[in-house]
Write a protein that binds this ligand. Structure first.
Ligand code: SAH
Length: 394
């Protein structure tokens, strides 16, 4: 195995089991290491530290083992078995009520660079590192073995997530089985169609499951506005929770079509729903004051990188100020940020400033985060990307 040596004094983060080696920490490396190759990492005194995939990017090595092990089929099979055991432990693996969940959550499952989402028999792999992408045949083989009785297809959906890689960019492709055009799933008993090849991410924002459930519990008899609705996740729960009226807004026409398809699955309840293909920033200016009792604000990542963090903070502050201004007094706001660059503390500060600027009395009902099937490696706090707050507005 080729070797990477860390600079003296730069081994601290690896000693604390953080799974990334930044390019600036490398003292020297063997010649001819290929993109995505498995390498061993040593400290300046030639002590073994870890094993990972090498890439020519700012995160140079993504570590998957801090033990000196043989990296073979059994090694990866054991990792996937552990991921399955965890989903069994949290009652998601054989749950008739919830037939979609995240099976592999990158660093959180000790497999940096790999996301695997399960949609009622259809597995979607999203590679975020070329090293993991190179292993796709082996991974498919292991998934086929471990999920044999229930697996209908495996789809690789990495065209956008690997586009910045220095190596070959794969297009989306079916790796196994047959994929239905739209897959029907249930989440906490609520039905949704998932368009795996065309949808955003792997098809659905699975991370919001628990938060959708919470929103649904507070909507009885309420007027609800779901901003940045995508395929109507929060809206469906609000309707099932007895909302008097639900309005869903997204800029994507396709997302609005899918929202309407999903809401149609709820039968009669669809009468209380209307979806708008519009820019949220225009919609929220034009909508009446104090009309909605509950507003959900779940925008796309406004700060994708640390470089644009300040801009992102302004974006979140502005949209939350508007929601606070417009919501009915005595109402609720469920607000989120999925930007990795915005920490939980940053998000609290943003909401605090928005409330101060709007001169509103606001209480935090609950701090929110991603669902249980998105476990975070304790040594990799960056994995906690979804921050949310349930607020009561006086
Ligand atoms: N809440 C959703 C996920 C939201 S993802 C769920 O539970 O599934 C963010 C969504 O915001 C995307 O669907 C994207 O199309 C939409 N979007 C991005 N910019 C927008 C804008 N300016 N106005 C309205 N929608 C926007």
């Amino acid at each position: 195995m080729k070797k990477i040596v860390i600079q003296k004094g730069k081994e601290k983060s690896l000693q604390r089991f953080h799974p990334w080696v930044f390019s600036g920490a490398i003292a020297r490396k063997d010649k001819g290491i290929a993109e995505g190759e498995v390498v061993e990492v040593f400290d300046a005194y030639d002590n073994f530290m870890a094993i990972g995939h090498y890439h020519t990017s700012s995160i140079s090595v993504r570590i998957f083992s801090f033990d000196k092990v043989e990296v073979n089929r059994d090694f990866w099979k054991m990792k996937i078995e552990r991921a399955i055991a965890y989903r069994k432990m949290i009652y998601l693996f054989d749950n008739q009520n919830t037939t979609l969940f995240r099976l592999i959550n990158g660093e959180g499952d000790g497999m940096p660079g790999l996301i695997a989402d399960w949609y009622n028999g259809h597995l979607v792999l999203q590679f975020h590192s070329y090293g993991m992408y190179l292993m796709r045949e082996l991974l498919v083989d292991i998934f086929k073995e471990l999920l044999a009785d229930r697996l209908k297809s495996i789809f690789n959906k990495s065209a956008t997530t690997l586009s910045e890689s220095n190596a070959f960019v794969p297009s989306n492709e079916l790796l196994y089985g047959t994929l239905d055009e739209e897959v029907l799933v249930h989440e906490n008993g609520v039905p949704f169609y998932i368009d795996i090849p065309q949808g955003q991410k792997t098809g659905f924002f699975i991370d919001q499951r628990d938060n959708r459930k919470m929103v649904g519990e507070f909507c009885s008899g309420k007027k609800v506005l779901n901003l940045f609705c995508y395929t109507g996740g929060f809206s469906a729960y609000a309707l099932q929770g007895g909302a008097e009226l639900v309005h869903s807004v997204d800029i994507s026409k396709r997302a609005i079509e899918q929202t309407n398809e999903n809401i149609a699955l709820l039968g009669d309840l669809a009468r209380c729903h209307e979806a708008f293909a519009a820019n949220v920033f225009d919609f929220i200016e034009e909508m009446p004051d104090h009309f909605y009792d509950v507003i959900v604000v779940d925008p796309p990542a406004f700060a994708k990188h640390y470089k644009v963090k300040e801009q992102g903070i302004k974006g979140y502050r502005n949209i939350n100020r508007k929601a606070m201004e417009k919501v009915k007094p005595g109402g609720m706001i469920f607000t989120f940020s999925c930007s990795q660059a915005i920490s939980k503390e940053d998000f609290q500060t943003i909401i605090f400033s928005a409330a101060a600027m709007e001169h509103k009395n606001i209480r935090i009902i609950k701090n929110l985060q991603h669902a249980l099937d998105h476990p975070v490696n304790i040594f990799h706090p960056e994995g906690s990307y979804l921050k949310g707050m349930a607020l009561s507005i006086e």
